[in-house]
Design a protein around this ligand. Structure first.
Ligand code: FES
Length: 111
């Protein structure tokens, strides 16, 4: 069973944007789509660790600000001809609050 932890308000993350959110387990990049879905990923692009939270969100993807790789927010995988993957964490919105699966903690501790 998932245990969800509150990591902040939905309004703290701009629409079609992202924000680094500090959690008790470290920082995570939280992205918000035009549909108000949220996705939590590690911030480092699988190419050369570009800051994904500073990229452009479009659909359910983000374009890295450094060399324009397109990363799926759902799977963390690079799209198209590029290969690589960034860690993703289960996130959801409830009552305008962003919740992160506590498994994030285990993933971080194991990393
Ligand atoms: S570091 Fe992200 S595309 Fe190069």
């Amino acid at each position: 069973m998932s245990v969800w932890i509150d990591i902040g308000a939905l309004e703290d993350v701009p629409l079609r944007g992202a924000r680094m959110i500090k959690t008790p387990m470290g920082c995570v990049a939280v992205f918000r789509t035009s549909e108000n879905e949220v996705f939590a990923l590690d911030n480092a692009c699988p190419h050369k660790a570009g800051p994904l939270a500073e990229g452009i969100v479009h659909g359910k993807s983000v374009t890295c600000p450094l060399h324009n790789w397109v990363i799926s927010l759902e799977t963390g995988e690079a799209q198209g001809a590029d290969e690589g993957r960034v860690a993703t964490y289960q996130a959801r919105v409830e009552n305008e609050r962003i919740l992160l699966d506590r498994a994030f903690l285990r993933a971080r501790v194991a990393a």
